[in-house]
Write a protein that binds this ligand. Structure first.
Ligand code: ABU
Length: 391
């Protein structure tokens, strides 16, 4: 594994990396210093601390074109009927049992688990232009992006998620007091100008289109994945080009952001399109990715083509899911070997074993009703490692 060139001193991570290199050149075996509670540069370094979402107070997303365009089919019709109500008890209880098991698993792996505050998301809120009820804080991966020692609150395009990060503010303030950098991207207006009133999801054979205009920058953190100095992003129904430009400019020259084209007809979040599992190892979704179209720098990496998800026949799960079928890819890497994966997805478990990983099965299918699986349900706050250049 190559270490990063120390070419632009000035940030804590570069200094730490330089100290580490100097110590090594003297033959000293000193573990890298990590004084900041927030430190995560990629998706695979050894995980030390993670935020895990909550289900208490969860409310079905309020009706809005930017929501319905991403929840097609039966689930979309169900959502429209019950929008703005608390999730039924039966949905919360089933997912909560799985969430408790997932948290216990993380703790048994010596990972510190931090939780947001419980909030009643049904409370109505508004701006001068619109009002909405909230949604839930089940998926911290969407609303906050961790880049090294910085946590960025993202400008989200779903009105019902406008204040979602507030339930994390006690944690964010604590990290800030202990040395982390904390940023909030410009709060979007989310007026009608942001949404294309003529939008319709692409029909078979039509090019992918997006509901968002470029009225203002918006993005979800889950549309980005991190590989040290290189980040990958998909443009989606929650991330526009202005949002990508905002982040590129904010991060400056230390980072490169590469756009990946997803063939998903209703794209939202990169982590079921591509997901790096380790340095040089990229899991891809064969439905959404044309390998020939990947950015040239990824061509040096091993491409692991995700197996078709094991079918989910349970009608309850089908009707209540907010997600597409590829949640078998929504795994959480514990380190370069161990990966938490849904126990239902035997095909993925076998494939991970064949590729040399140690999958850790865990039941989690009911969480799809709240927006995702293991990657979505978490936000890695600290992984043991330094900023590196993998390309
Ligand atoms: N939030 C990740 C889920 C994306 C999908 O439905 O495929």
């Amino acid at each position: 594994m190559r270490r990063m060139k120390v070419s632009s001193p000035g940030t804590l991570n570069l200094d730490v990396c330089a100290m580490d290199m100097i110590a090594q050149s003297f033959g000293l075996n000193i573990a890298p210093h990590q004084t900041c509670p927030v430190n995560s540069h990629n998706e695979w370094d050894p995980l030390e601390e993670v935020i895990v979402g909550r289900l208490e107070g969860a409310t079905l997303p309020s009706r809005h074109p930017v929501v319905s365009c991403n929840v097609p089919g039966m689930a979309g019709r169900f959502q429209a009927l019950v929008a703005g109500l608390h999730y039924p008890k039966i949905m919360v209880e089933r997912a909560q049992r799985e969430l408790d098991g997932f948290i216990a698993l993380l703790q048994s792996l010596n990972i510190t688990v931090t939780r947001p505050e419980p909030v009643d998301h049904r409370k109505r809120f508004g701006t001068p232009e619109w009002s909405s009820r909230g949604f839930c804080n089940a998926c911290p991966r969407d609303s906050m992006l961790v880049i090294g020692d910085e946590i960025i609150e993202t400008p989200m395009a779903w009105p019902c998620r406008y204040f979602e990060t507030h339930s994390y503010r006690p944690i964010l303030k604590d990290y800030f007091r202990r040395g982390a950098r904390w940023t909030a991207a410009p709060r979007p207006q989310l007026s009608d100008d942001l949404y294309d009133g003529d939008y319709h999801p692409p029909r078979k054979g039509e090019p992918v289109t997006y509901i968002l205009t470029e009225f203002e920058p918006v993005f979800d953190a889950a549309d980005f994945i991190r590989c040290g100095r290189d980040l990958f992003v998909i443009r989606s129904n929650v991330t526009n080009l202005s949002g990508i430009t905002w982040l590129r400019r904010h991060l400056g020259e230390t980072y490169r952001i590469h756009e990946i084209t997803s063939r998903c007809p209703n794209p939202m979040h990169i982590d079921t399109t591509i997901l790096p599992l380790g340095p040089g190892k990229l899991l891809i979704n064969p439905d959404y990715i044309d390998i020939e179209q990947l950015p040239p720098i990824l061509k040096k990496w091993d491409i692991l083509v995700a197996p078709e998800p094991d079918p989910i026949d349970d009608l309850f799960l089908k009707i209540t899911s907010l997600c597409g079928k590829w949640l078998n890819m929504n795994v959480l890497t514990i380190d370069e070997k161990r990966v938490i994966v849904d126990q239902h997805h035997k095909g993925m478990i076998d494939a991970l074993e064949r590729w040399g990983f140690e999958p850790i099965p865990c039941p989690f299918l009911h969480y799809a009703a709240f927006g995702g699986a293991f990657h979505c349900a978490t936000l890695d706050i600290r992984r043991r490692g330094t900023l590196q250049n993998y390309f």
